[in-house]
Ligand binder design. Sequence first.
Ligand code: PLP
Length: 495
Amino acid sequence: MRYVSTRNKNEHVSSAQAIERGLSGDGGLFVPEILPRLPKGAIGELCGMNYRQRAVYVMKLFLEDYTVAELTDFTNRAYGPEGFDTPRVAPVKKLDDTTHFLELWHGPTCAFKDMALQMLPYLLTAATAKNGETRKVCILVATSGDTGKAALEGFADVEGTRIMVFYPRDGVSDIQKLQMTSQEGSNVSVCAVNGNFDDAQTTVKEIFSDPELREELTDAGWMLSSANSINWGRLLPQIVYYISAYCDLLNSGDIHDGEKINFCVPTGNFGDILAGYYAMKMGLPVKRLICASNKNDVLTRFIKTGIYDRNRDFYTTISPSMDILVSSNLERLLFDLSGGDDNETAGYMEKLRDSGSYEISGKIKSALDAVFSAGSCDDNETKAVIARAFKEHKYLMDTHTAVAYGVLEKYRRETGDETRSVVVSTASPYKFCAAVLEALGETPAYTGPELIGQLESVSAVPAPAPLKALTGKTARFTKSLDKTELAAEVREFLK
Ligand SMILES: *Cc1c(COP(=O)(O)O)cnc(C)c1O
């Protein structure tokens, strides 16, 4: 199985090369040349497996240059009991007759980023060995919150790696900040940037493309790599949980063999929902994928109109991980829907870069309409959804999950489609305590991890242990630097 760039199909690489490189040299993203199909009888077989075994089975279909023994070792370590608070790893919870929640936040950082970032370090370090790369890997991350902590937790004390995370000093929640600055491990570093997320991200990109620095680091035995969601190694582990959720519903008797279901996904960078699309293309019985946005509804408008337009206001919302105007993984969907047309895909991306917008062809639009629906919820609607689900079902959900559930309810009202649906739940409500407390009609009484106790006593829903353990923790990393000082900080870190 080979991987090609979405902007140039003549660029072929192996899976290990795709994972090591992250991004293709032409700016495109790596995708499998041919998407594997689930073999006949696979779903039945997967139903008899636990989550880790399912992950080995599904990932092996994409990773010819990794052995089953390797993948078994990786999944045991990535999804083991030290990191995940349930052996089910990604449990499906039933809300009512037609609605389920796929909870992807039982990992060490309590957000769905763990599903991929617990696995990526193993895929990446094995990839460098397979490719004959002798340098050690330094991961640089610019984060707006969830990715930084999940990447730190994934790479902490992984041999042959170091990781450095930059976050905007005043741009993350107190809980997110403490999660990162109290990170343990001998190969980690965390640093605040005096500026916003864009400042941090732009500077990190500059560091990546600085040839002088690269050469200097190569001489010192280091290569730079990234852990963001354009890497195939982050997307692949996400395909697993769609298939696993389907198996769980079959096992619980909620669906029959071959029955089609809907997934509704809170979407930012389009990675999570794209993994669902790939699962469907592999043969998973899916009827519709519903893309949920917050007030930054650039994707919802795109799915409804076929026009992607980032020239619009940016809003800060209570679901910050979906506050995004350019969804990089959409490029992979366009490539697939165009029938693998690299020129067409490259053309759209050029328009996006030059003018901030593009309109897809009629052919792609009809392919899109055949699978995707979309909707959005603003902050008030989101809070109302949290309050209602808690009152009626005693089910407590975070702000991102609530956007998705709210959009699913709207979709059902608008279309009358009562197909059994799975809402993808992407974070523990305890990561966003203040907004969840407000949704429940309470006034947040603190600013830091004390909020966790307040939400626990209001809801009587137990908080995850890793978040509770933040109380009393102090920051190991307190530096706060200007943009111009970051490259020197990287040099110093790798000395
Ligand atoms: C990252 C994130 C999302 C968005 O996922 P994408 O793959 O970027 O679409 C949604 N919810 C939470 C809690 C997240 O951390």
